[in-house]
Design a protein. Structure first.
Length: 105
């Protein structure tokens, strides 16, 4: 299956929010507790972060599915998220290398 990295588009926002919520729940509930994670997600902070960052964001796709994304601010990677369902498959490494190369050109 092919892996593609491209600039995020406004049409990706809904999928990025869903990926973020799913991954935060799966990755953080064990140490923060489900209630805390649910409250954070319910606050709208996740949604706002994605919406405000869409112009500084790239997505990684496996086939047609967005499986992760990265956001930068100036010369810094601000956020990277890989869908919990595809952790440990090297996608984060691929995304990190691509974003670093673009930032330091």
């Amino acid at each position: 299956m092919s892996t593609i990295i491209r600039d995020a588009a406004p049409s990706d926002i809904t999928r990025l929010i869903a990926l973020s919520r799913r991954t935060i729940r799966a990755s953080h509930s064990a140490f923060l507790g489900g209630e805390t994670v649910d409250a954070y997600i319910a606050s709208g902070a996740v949604d706002r972060c994605v919406e405000e960052s869409i112009g500084r964001c790239v997505v990684i796709l496996r086939g047609e599915e967005i499986v992760g994304y990265a956001v930068w601010r100036e010369e810094l990677i601000d956020l990277m998220m890989i869908d919990h369902a595809v952790h440990r498959q090297g996608l984060g490494t691929i995304l990190l290398r691509q974003v670093e190369a673009a930032l330091f050109r």
